[in-house]
Design a binder for this molecule. Sequence first.
Ligand code: ATP
Ligand code: MG
Length: 503
Amino acid sequence: MNSPHASSEAVPRLARIIPRDSHPISRSKIAPEALRVLYRLREAGFEAYLVGGCVRDLTLGLEPKDFDVATNALPEQVKRLFRNCRLVGRRFRLAHVFFGREVIEVATFRASGAPPQGDELPPEDVTLEDGSLEDASLDDAPLEAEEAIEVEDSRDVHDFDESLERVVDQSGRILRDNAYGTIDDDIWRRDFTCNALYYNIADFSVWDYCQGFEDVKARRLRLIGDPETRYREDPVRMLRAARFQAKLGFEIEPATAEPIANLSGLLAGVPPARLFDETLKLFLTGHGAESYRVLLERGLLDELLPGVAAFARKHPGSAPERMLIQGLINTDARVRADRPVTPSFLFALLLYGPIGLAIEKRPKAEWHEISTILDAVDVAVRDIYSRVAVHRRFILGMRDMFALQPRLEVPKGRRALRTLEHPRFRAAFDLLQLRAEFGMADKAVVEWWTRLQTASPEQRATMSEAIGRTGGGEGRASSGGRNSRRRRGGRRRGRGGGGPGGG
Ligand code: ATP
Ligand code: MG
């Protein structure tokens, strides 16, 4: 198959064609938008297949998050077929067909000489119809609530790797014949066999080049080709392996799992913007708690978020770690309930332990000062930033959440009412609540804020005045408020037991 891969012999050129009556994929489970794209392409005389995670999920009886289409139509030809279509990617073009909020990604079969998916750069910009450029990073995803973000599934803009410039002509234009290919070249754009099944709209059969169908049924994750080669081509595949293990409960077969321990260090060479996107997919798509477990187990967290992993290894089972895991479980439930989640909260959870350690390096008397807390946040952020380029607004959101903790722990008079109006109050309160659950904040003060939120304006005024007088917990100064400052410090049981702003 003329693949540039050392292991090309591993994938036969001919697909095994699984007829409609031998696989479970029913058209009733395919999004109508995806069907429309497939049928329109076919009516225009092109080949059209569903490919990737959606075929895998349909085979498993799961509802796919998105539908990707592969075709022999060139991007420009796809564009002509759909009014609601725009081409994305500077060097390797993909078509996005829009149906309201739904996007169907249509990719032209890639030639064997073209780089595999992972060699591509992360999404940077999108070429609009008028040729102008638009930032297409997650930064611009539609926001539901204050900075809440819906994590999109991979909609990578496929660009050529710089090292493959030789396939472009003098003017920098890609030599098309080198770039596009046939369906059996396309297989090398895929990572795992379970992600390399093609559903053919012509006769509803499934094309399988590498026993992906068997692997899906056996719930087995197996890289196409030589695992080490494939990881070296794109180290992010190691994270994808962990993600699919966490998400699907697949077992990573030994030959695919084994090289990870030695190669995980290659993640250091992946652009931090891409690792940010992967981090969100790992932790904010409904299986974050399991992702955390798998990443730690496989030694991948140490490369992705070194400070977070170091804390977990030094303080296993500590309150901050248990809080992180519970926070991830709560986040997973929110995702499943279709409620918005925010990366600010995620990173607050992940970095809570490291931030606590940074705080504890300072004299005890300073632990509750805002400047101490913010410095510690900055130290922890700097530590992960070389790996994972967390967008600035999420860092700012996280700083606010931490800065609000002392104010929440010691509510004072009218200021408490203003705190309630703070755009980050809800996230900060959720963090306080979690901290209290794990003995790192006062439960009484959580109850007080809970009551305040549901109280009428008159009741709120009364409550805030009362707390102004007593200095905490509505007369419960012994379990919250002023006194708690001293006590919080005293309760700390060495490193890993504490946390930002006390606990
Ligand atoms: P899900 O959408 O459930 O997270 P997916 O398999 O659809 O999983 P995507 O990131 O949406 O994952 O990618 C779509 C398809 O593109 C994959 O199924 C795979 O065939 C291919 N692919 C994506 N990323 C890579 C990669 N880094 N290397 C090789 N192939 C990839
Ligand atoms: Mg997908």
